[in-house]
Design a protein around this ligand. Sequence first.
Ligand code: GLN
Length: 482
Amino acid sequence: MTPYRSFSAVQADLKSGSITCRQLVEQYLTRIEDHKSLNVFTEIYADEARQQADAVDQKLTAGTAGKLAGMVIGIKDVLSYSGHGVRAGSRILENFTAQFTATAVQRLLNEDVIIIGRQNCDEFAMGSSNENSAFGPVRNAVDPDRVPGGSSGGSAVAVQAGLCLASIGSDTGGSVRQPAAFCGVVGLKPTYGRISRWGLIAYASSFDCIGPIANTADDAALLLEIMAGADEFDSTVSSNSVDTYTTAHLPDRPLRIAYLRDGVESEGVDQSIREATLNRIQALQKAGHTVEPIDLTLLKYLLPTYYILTTAEASSNLSRFDGVRYGYRSMPTNTSTSDLLSLYKKSRTEGFGAEVRRRILLGTFALSASYYDAYYTKAQQVRRLIRQETERLFEKYDFLLSPTTPTPAFRLGEKTGRNSGEDPLQMYLADIFTVQANVVGYPAISIPNGTDANGLPIGLQLMAPPFAEGNLVALAKSLQGE
Ligand code: GLN
């Protein structure tokens, strides 16, 4: 079976009767089995997906099927789905079952989506390589010795390898776009508050966004359209009306596009990525658009701001995992777990991986009484300055263009442990171009932009002002020739 690369192709075949949803699900299940070594799924809902497929086939015959009839997706292991396990890639949620369904997931189900399984990710969505998962690393399908990116690594490889048509991930600092770039697929992070976070396991609540990963910008747009919009369970969600992103058009005039000078000039950016980005810029200029270099004066403060604020929020959000209320508990038979405090300590030490522990400690430090103003308050102030600079930029421009990542997919182990001199900053730098959109809450998309000499995918990122997802999708489609 050659996997489908667009929902419209699936719909055409369903309509002509050359395939049924049930057959489609069987084909995906076979492909998942054949690609087990990539370690993409942490749980496969085989029988359930078959039943759902049969039900959707009946609805199609009866003419009562929803908009996503025939769409087979996977969901990242941070999204709650009632009655199903959810682990956030962590040992601490061992044996935990979701009590309710995330709003975004429920809206997809209401339109007859078929969920084929739960996808591997970095623990609590903290990471850029999917190497921080209690389920082990995911491998890039282009080269299994390389990482898929993270934290939604399983979700990106699932689409890349044709193990489902699309995936739902989450993006706090780049976790949808960076793995999409490493895997040669499309990843869309919407405006903060566009999609309800209800049912998404929290990492850093003022940054977290749910976002789709797909083969085409059109499929990502359709998924966004269905997931977006007001929700009584999340007070931070926007009540702005939801556009039909799939049919959005670009303004009828030449576009004003800024590009990040560092993205094409910095030595830190791989030569192949600089060239691919430059080629895009030249093509856009040739097509009559204004495309100009800009410097982000606060670029060097992006990652520090991001890491102070996200670790602070994470230390608070993750305090609920105490070994009592959820999942993993250090065995009480152990004599050192005889009092409550040591139960907390041991459960959390054993239940969380090294990166999550590091971030809880950093965040707790940043929020501690004597350092609060020096770190947390300061970072909030810098966040405001970054937002103001970004706002000023978008008074002049419709889009900000850059590479999605400074390098293509790196090798497993290359940026962890001793290989990086135990320096987590090497890994954090993979998100240098993606975090801005999260710090300011703007939407951004990563689309494939060719490959390097080794065949490794390169991503191009486009960012737009709040709620301009329609423009993002429309430009992405025209660049992709969709
Ligand atoms: N890689 C970034 C981090 O480790 C972003 C993660 C994300 O977007 N969830 O925090």
